[in-house]
Design a protein around this ligand. Sequence first.
Ligand SMILES: [Zn+2]
Length: 124
Amino acid sequence: MTHHNPHDPHAASIVKAADRVLIQERGPGVPEGIYGAECMSCEALSPPSGDDSLPVAVWAVQHSQDHPEQTLFLARTERHWRVVPRADAPPPTAPSGPGPVGPAFVGLMCLLTALSGLLPALTS
Ligand SMILES: [Zn+2]
């Protein structure tokens, strides 16, 4: 029961951040799901089973046969996730600076202030 398409990994993207995307890991040897079950009565764990839930189901039935009063199980399906850089990620931007009042602007203001202080002296 494998329907995944290894040529389109971003079809499994789960969350996209600014420059990263979380995808479900897929590819050769990577199970679509890892199945497992836990007995809710004695916390016995089934062996994990990749891509096939049937061995886990068989384990649960056998466990219940061995312990007839234990009939409730927590079934799990686990997957591998991977965070990768976004293919269309924008280039990293510098953190927002002091804004339009940069050092050059402040320097210009100081120069103008100095000139205005000189002006009366020049015109007198
Ligand atoms: Zn049990």
